[in-house]
Design a binder for this molecule. Structure first.
Ligand SMILES: NC(=O)c1ccc[n+]([C@@H]2O[C@H](COP(=O)([O-])OP(=O)(O)OC[C@H]3O[C@@H](n4cnc5c(N)ncnc54)[C@H](OP(=O)(O)O)[C@@H]3O)[C@@H](O)[C@H]2O)c1
Length: 326
């Protein structure tokens, strides 16, 4: 097949639509992949709707993750028939991405499909789940252990949040889940949360320091929420910050840092070195409860991506979405 279907984003006017492509239109790379699955992350929602300038080249095929089978390769690590996963590296932002039956990328960006995961499961994890693991690893590197006290997860019913809850609960943490969706309390408890709090408790402007409530946190929300999370983190605790669902701003003070020794750990999933990438995927394959992964995932067809992209920005998507491309 040299012709294939993909979502194409054009700039003036900003528009995303399904389109036919020819293999000759694919961008530079040494591995061509027949894509079987992708997923919908918050960033994909921003790209497809144009709500934030995440796409930096036009036309663009969005989709920041994909899984599939190598069709051709001149990269020494990959040969036709190999199952691979891609996340990050600006794919779907400045290099043609995963909402496409075919993709051509640098082999250095790919990882082999982790042992024990199917392509669909790897996309149930996707960038969101991989980022949740990076956040867990950052907390561990900072010396955070479950005996220090509870861990807070914000944006709990979203992609990063739901996988973070499952990983942290499995690792023995007492997890406090902050959500705006009270009706998802049973779902979050089933994933491993011990306590649910209303995100409204954290989303308004707060005091520089508050009562110490958690030893650690994984925050995918930013803005006032992150400021309040920091203000209520206990002495020498740590907060892994990875998202901006409430906003890009951080209206805080130095009080949590200089009076309580709290550490703010930044998480970027896009360009982690290959060794870290492989370690994170290997841990996800070994540590993430498969039954819970299935329960927090929904599967959609390729033609549902546009609707789901709009829904994820409205906070209407629960957990993770697998997209069947092929
Ligand atoms: N740093 C990185 O490399 C990296 C990688 C992946 C994702 N991210 C970022 O992490 C965030 C989460 O990504 P995702 O794919 O998990 O998205 P998602 O599935 O949409 O989850 C975000 C969650 O945040 C909560 N939320 C939404 N709007 C909010 C608001 N206005 N105020 C407070 N909470 C709000 C909602 O949870 P509840 O309904 O439970 O309240 C929502 O489900 C995004 O900002 C994304 O850009 C960053």
């Amino acid at each position: 097949m040299t012709q294939f279907k993909a979502i194409r984003i054009d700039k003036d006017p900003y528009r995303a639509a399904y389109a036919d492509f020819d293999e000759t239109e694919l961008m530079e790379g040494d591995v061509t992949v027949r894509v079987s699955h992708s997923t919908v992350n918050y960033k994909d929602g921003l790209a497809i709707t144009g709500k934030s300038p995440v796409v930096r080249r036009f036309p663009m095929i969005p989709g920041i993750d994909f899984a599939g089978v190598v069709e051709s390769s001149s990269h020494p690590d990959f040969k036709p028939g190999d199952e691979v996963v891609l996340n990050g590296w600006g794919v779907g932002e400045n290099h043609f991405g995963g909402y496409s039956q075919k993709a051509r990328v640098k082999g250095d960006w790919l990882v082999p499909l982790p042992k024990g995961l199917t392509a669909a499961q790897s996309m149930a994890i996707g960038t969101a789940g991989y980022t949740a693991m990076l956040a867990v690893m950052a907390l561990e590197k900072q010396g955070m252990t479950p005996d220090r006290g509870p861990v807070l997860v914000t944006g709990a019913a979203g992609g990063v949040g739901s996988i973070a809850i499952s990983l942290l609960a499995t690792a023995g943490w007492r997890v406090i889940a902050s959500t705006g969706r009270a009706d998802e309390a049973d779902f979050l408890k089933h994933l491993g949360a011990s306590e649910i709090i209303d995100r409204a408790e954290l989303s308004a402007p707060g005091k520089p320091l508050g009562k110490e409530r958690w030893a650690a946190a994984v925050d995918s929300v930013g803005s006032h929420t992150l400021a309040n999370v920091l203000a209520q983190t206990s002495y020498e605790g740590a907060v892994a910050a990875c998202g901006l669902a409430q906003g890009m701003d951080l209206p805080t003070s130095v009080a949590p840092f200089i009076l309580r020794g709290v550490c703010l750990l930044g998480i970027d999933s896009v360009t982690k070195p290959k060794a870290v990438r492989l370690q994170a995927w290997d841990r996800l394959a070994r540590e993430l409860d498969r039954t819970k992964l299935a329960e927090l995932s929904t599967t959609i067809g390729f033609y549902k991506v546009m609707d789901t992209a709009a829904e994820i920005l409205q906070g209407k998507v629960r957990g993770r979405v697998i997209v069947e491309i092929d």
